[in-house]
Design a protein around this ligand. Structure first.
Ligand SMILES: Cc1cc2nc3c(=O)[nH]c(=O)nc-3n(C[C@H](O)[C@H](O)[C@H](O)COP(=O)(O)O)c2cc1C
Length: 188
């Protein structure tokens, strides 16, 4: 199974980095798969540790891809690192082994410590729509315009029916950024 999370890492100077990552979960192991080049990868190789944050605030997923990166953080408990205050739960992990790959290495991790902060309050279709739109944004230069537009039209159905203020803000950030990228591509 793949869980959509926010991974927080730090470089050896203690500078924090946030990135949405789809974490593969297999038995009791997590596998983080960053595409090169990646700050998350560099930091993980530097320190050997990361925090996997489970959050339903989709503004953080959208924000990482649209320049809204200032989210409140707290110090991790068992490793040197930070977790998102908006996390419903977080997991502090350590690399156990690496499968090298020129495109997308696999970083196998084990849990050092996990904390539940708030209860899970159910699925929301607008949150799914924002995540999918954020993934479209991250691939906007590799996909045909027609596919992007038809997927956004479909995603807008669940979004319109179920979004709250956080989802609305995140959707605006992502769809504006997609339009900007498409506009730029049109001009070049
Ligand atoms: C829901 C979601 C899941 C993502 N999963 C991954 C992933 O597994 N690996 C990856 O390299 N990028 C993934 N991305 C894209 C990265 O978050 C984004 O490109 C980021 O800049 C990664 O590079 P960084 O480590 O340099 O920040 C995902 C984006 C979204 C919105």
């Amino acid at each position: 199974m793949i869980q959509e999370t926010i991974v927080t890492t730090q470089n050896s100077a203690g500078k924090t980095h946030l990135a949405p990552m789809g974490i593969h979960v297999k038995n009791n192991e997590f596998i983080i798969l960053p595409f090169r080049p990646s700050t998350t990868l560099d930091n993980l190789l530097d320190t050997g540790t990361a925090v996997i944050n489970y959050t339903d605030d989709v503004r953080i997923f959208a924000g990482c891809l649209t320049g809204h990166r200032e989210w409140p953080l707290s110090p991790a408990e068992k490793i040197s690192g930070v977790y998102l205050q908006a996390a419903l739960a977080h997991c502090e992990v350590e690399i156990t082994r690496i499968e090298e790959d020129p495109i997308r290495p696999k970083l196998f991790c084990k849990t050092v410590h996990q904390v539940q902060h708030s209860p899970f309050t159910g699925f929301n279709r607008a949150q799914f729509s924002v995540l999918e739109a954020a993934i479209l944004l991250s691939r906007v230069n590799h996909l045909p315009i027609e596919k992007i537009e038809s997927e956004l039209n479909y995603l807008s159905i669940g979004f319109e029916k179920t979004a709250g203020p956080r989802e609305q803000e995140a959707w605006q950030w992502v769809t504006n950024a997609i339009q900007e990228q498409l506009h730029k591509a049109d001009k070049s």
